[in-house]
Design a protein around this ligand. Structure first.
Ligand SMILES: Nc1ncnc2c1ncn2[C@@H]1O[C@H](COP(=O)(O)OP(=O)(O)OP(=O)(O)O)[C@@H](O)[C@H]1O
Ligand SMILES: [Mg+2]
Length: 620
């Protein structure tokens, strides 16, 4: 109290002041800011008021600066308070009115009682006031609760009562904050769970469905009412849900057909479960369902089981080649099997993808399998999948094969000529019946798959040699498409070369101004046993070897150069090679405005060599 008195005197407050200071504007501002404090405190203030009603006391709520926000009291006491401006909007801080319960409580941060002449201002001295701070989160003061009345009625219990009501306000505010946070958390969780692409069911240990997310309801096409609070074994027919154990253990990637009571058609899903614990004991299980179709689409996306190529990206103008392209386009929308025939590197892969992308199946999977690259005894399970327990180490629940993965789409059986005779029998059965049986399994699964096969072998010969089944050949050979080799494609080698030069120069960010004519001559002369793949590789390597912006013949590999040299005329002054070299030299000199050092640089030769060339071609 003494400290407060000293402060009040230092602040030069006039103890004879007749009224406090009131501001309507500050009141309105503070009420808006403190809406929650007021709403929370009011019912409790009314409660204490009821206790002191008729005893000449009033209850006051202030903001953290000592501004009176709310007063409750008898008419008489309010009138008395009005005389000294102890009213809503009044500033009762210590800085303004000197020692008083509200202002000093704020300064000292403790509950306190100010009685009679302990008040600094004379006009307050008929009063006794008890004030307690109200704290918010992080212990910052957010307001003051005060009870005032005639000084002769002072009682220490009043302060105790004010303190406990202030605590009650604090608790209530904290509770409200918790509820608000819980609601936020709840809507956050709901949004998260409903945005998952997996369907989720929460079951209690008694088998009651407690909760399911929106994805699941959409997936199984049932309403919430048909699911929530139902026994899980009443909704689904699979034994797994009724044996009382399975779903409460941890299930990992179990491939099941989810069957419903009541005859709805089953859904093919992947099931995972996760036990839910309370402390040490399990109280339920979280069941996570993923639709196989969707999983496959995702797998296909991630593993590149997609066709990227369209016919637009296949380069070639040669008539024979165009004929193959047209046959392939025509085959795209036929359901019949396609057999692509062609030497290695002619573009069989490209054709298969383009056919798929041109067909109605373009948005479904395109699954390629290289029959020659997979060990013979694994090809069966690769193609058809395997059943649960098909062999030691087989995954629980089995695994789907490429035919199942390609369901609705296209399967590309590359190097079909390498397939073993046993496998050919199985494949034939699939082609005939359009259904598969997993290795080691009994269930027959229908598949809707378009088949494109390819080989660089002469299958007819293989049939004659007894390496390939005649009936399978007959089934696959419905729409044969022969892709010509580069040797058969005339000028397409140069067209393809230009295309790849363009492609790779951009890729390695090297500007190529011109291609030396001898370069293209060499490309044309070579017979490309590895076809387009070889050409593509040669060009890529050649571009990595260029040192100037003119692509010259010396960037080509030895075997191509030697073929070129064998056929090229000798270095006579009249030879074509020299003609070409002369043309190029003239072109470069013109381009460089006869600036010799520039021209030499562009040709990647020294200046003296340039002079020699010019002399040789009579250009000096
Ligand atoms: N007409 C073409 N236009 C553009 N690029 C092509 C063309 N033909 C083939 N290619 C390219 O050549 C390479 C080989 O093509 P692809 O893999 O389709 O040949 P393939 O006949 O399947 O060969 P293999 O028999 O060795 O499997 C690929 O990189 C492909 O992009
Ligand atoms: Mg291929």
């Amino acid at each position: 109290m003494n400290q407060s008195l000293l402060r009040s005197m230092e602040n030069n407050i006039d103890p004879d002041m007749e009224k406090g200071k009131v501001s309507k504007e500050s009141l309105n501002k503070s009420r808006v800011k403190n809406t929650e404090l007021i709403e929370t405190s009011l019912p409790l203030m009314r409660d204490i008021y009821k206790m002191v009603e008729g005893t000449g006391f009033m209850v006051v709520l202030c903001d953290q600066d000592g501004l009176l926000l709310k007063t409750i009291g008898d008419k008489d006491i309010l009138k008395k308070a009005n005389k000294i401006s102890f009213v809503e909007g009044a500033d009762w801080s210590e800085e303004t009115v000197g020692t008083n319960a509200i202002g000093t409580c704020i300064k000292e941060r403790v509950p306190l009682q100010v009685v009679h002449d302990e008040h600094y201002m004379k006009i307050c001295q008929e009063w006794t006031c008890s004030a307690s701070p109200i704290y918010g989160r992080n212990r910052e003061m957010i307001g003051v609760l005060n009870v005032s009345g005639p000084y002769e009625k002072v009682h220490p219990h009043t302060l105790g009562m004010v303190v406990s009501i202030a605590r009650a306000v604090e608790n209530l505010l904290e509770l409200k904050e918790k509820i608000r946070r819980n609601e936020l958390m709840q809507s956050y969780l709901e949004a998260t769970v409903n945005s998952l692409t997996s369907g989720i069911i929460l079951v209690s240990l008694q088998g009651d469905i407690i909760q399911a997310n929106k994805t699941l309801l959409d997936m199984i096409q049932l309403g919430e009412a048909e699911l929530i609070d139902q026994k899980i074994e009443h909704v689904f027919e699979n034994k797994l849900f009724s044996d009382g154990v399975s779903i409460f253990g941890a299930i990992k990637d179990r491939d099941i057909r989810l069957r419903f009571k009541g005859g709805k058609s089953p859904i093919h899903v992947l099931l995972n479960s996760k036990p839910v614990y309370q402390g040490q004991s399990q109280i339920g299980s979280l069941l996570i369902f993923q639709e196989i179709q969707k999983v496959r689409q995702l797998v296909n996306k991630l593993t590149g089981n997609r066709a990227n190529i369209t016919f637009k990206e296949i380069i070639g103008e040669n008539a024979l080649f165009i004929r193959s392209i047209n046959e392939a386009i025509a085959a795209s929308n036929s359901p019949s099997n396609v057999l692509l025939l062609g030497e290695s590197g002619t573009g069989k892969d490209l054709f298969a993808q383009a056919i798929h992308n041109e067909s109605k199946r373009r948005n479904m999977p395109f699954i390629a399998i290289n029959c020659g690259a997979i060990p013979r005894d694994l090809l069966g399970s690769e193609l058809f999948g395997y059943a649960d327990g098909a062999f030691t180490g087989a995954r629980k629940g089995g695994s789907s094969g490429k035919f199942e993965l390609a369901d609705g789409g296209t399967i590309f059986l590359d190097e079909i000529g390498e397939m073993s005779l046993d496998m050919q029998v199985l494949l034939l059965r699939v082609l005939q019946n359009r259904e598969i049986t997993r290795v080691g399994g009994h269930k027959v699964l229908p598949v809707n798959v378009r088949i494109i096969a390819a080989t660089n072998k002469n299958l007819k010969e293989e049939v004659q040699k007894g390496n390939f089944r005649h009936d399978l050949y007959f089934r696959l050979n419905v729409l044969p498409i022969k892709i010509p080799s580069i040797r058969e494609r005339g000028d397409d080698s140069q067209l393809l070369a230009s295309h790849f030069i363009d492609l790779y120069s951009r890729k390695i960010a090297r500007k190529i101004e011109a291609v030396h004519p001898s370069y293209m001559e060499a490309i044309k002369k070579y017979n490309w046993p590895g076809n387009v793949r070889e050409l593509q590789n040669v060009i890529e390597r050649s571009l990595n070897r260029v040192t100037s912006d003119i692509l010259s013949i010396d960037t080509l590999p030895e075997e191509i150069l030697s073929i070129y040299e064998q056929n090229a005329p000798h270095n006579d002054s009249n030879s074509t090679k020299n003609m070409i070299q002369k043309q190029m030299l003239v072109q470069v000199l013109l381009d460089c405005n006869y600036n010799y050092s520039k021209a030499a640089k562009k040709l990647n030769i020294s200046r003296s060599t340039l002079y020699r060339w010019m002399e040789r071609f009579n250009l000096k």
